[in-house]
Design a protein around this ligand. Structure first.
Ligand SMILES: [Zn+2]
Length: 301
């Protein structure tokens, strides 16, 4: 089974960031890893994939850990837990965010909606209010729906980010990994780096040429920084189709990571992952039991 985490944040993270369902504090993440290490054999993704392809499949007690998006603070937090417990992890990085590039669109919408930076913003003539908890929630919902309706989500949200930037003291909690962090990961043997595209689009909803750019340019950028092959891609929001898999293979990926597999291709390009969004160890245990029962991964015995 492969677990999928997102943002691991330090204790001094903003309340807005901590309030998001995709963030977990380092303190909680450490507790998860300590518990998982007692119950499972935690292996690297490449080791896990070798077992997927081996006769008999992956043993039910084997687990791999992944973290999506490539947030800078996540790297620092996850790396120290990884070293502390000697546990391998893989971070899937959206490359637009590297070295203070624009945030992935969903994260910008989260930040602008929760951080109380502006009282209101104007989006194509519609005024979105952020002054109360209720209006922030409604405005975030509106922004997500507005984004889904854009032809190029990343471009439209980047234009909004230009008009309504995040101040530096907020941005430092949200920004992507730096080249230095990526090189540091590449130089060690505990943190693996995979691609999570350039701009985190829904790969199954964009043109073929854009799919190719997202998959190839992210791979080349990461390889240029870490100086080693980037073999794996995690499809953003779990969105892919058989054309996306075809492009992933054509540009040189060796495996693709989904959330729920659609059974369109060989298993190695649709490896399922279990999203972990709750702090409680009891709920983590329940979620893993449920997924084991559903057989969302190959088991042996
Ligand atoms: Zn993602």
């Amino acid at each position: 089974m492969i677990l999928m985490y997102h943002n691991i944040v330090s204790g001094d993270a903003t309340e807005g960031l901590k309030s998001l369902g995709i963030t977990m504090t380092q303190h909680t993440f450490r507790k998860h890893v300590a518990w998982l290490k007692r119950k499972f054999e935690i292996v690297s993704l490449s080791d896990y994939l070798m077992r997927v392809e081996a006769e008999g499949g992956v043993d039910r007690n084997v687990l791999a850990l992944t973290l999506d998006d490539g947030h800078g603070v996540t790297y620092d937090c996850a790396r120290s837990v990884s070293v502390e417990y000697n546990v391998p992890m893989t971070i899937f990085v959206s490359t637009c965010q590297i070295d203070d590039g624009p945030l992935i669109w969903g994260m910008y919408i989260n930040a602008i909606s929760t951080e109380c930076i502006y009282d209101s913003i104007n989006v194509e003539g519609r005024v979105l209010d952020f002054q109360t908890a209720k209006s922030r929630k409604q405005s975030r919902q509106y922004l997500l729906e507005w984004a889904f309706a854009q032809t190029d989500i990343a471009e439209s949200v980047a234009a909004l980010e230009k008009e309504y930037p995040l101040p530096a003291d907020i941005m430092k909690h949200y920004r992507g990994m730096t080249s230095e962090q990526l090189r540091d990961a590449g130089a060690g043997n505990l943190i693996g780096i995979g691609s999570h595209t350039v701009s985190h689009p829904f790969l199954d909803a964009i043109e073929a040429e854009a799919v190719r750019d997202e998959l190839l340019q992210s791979k080349l950028k990461l390889e240029g920084i870490i100086g080693a092959p980037v073999k794996y891609v995690a499809y953003p929001s779990g969105g892919y189709n058989s054309d996306v898999i075809g492009v992933a293979k054509a540009v040189g990926y060796e495996a693709g990571f989904a959330v729920t597999p659609r059974n369109l291709s060989e298993e190695i390009f649709e490896i399922p992952r279990v999203g972990i969004y709750r702090d409680s160890i009891a709920l983590l245990r329940l979620s893993l039991m449920k997924h084991r029962r559903r057989g969302l991964f190959k088991t042996q015995g």
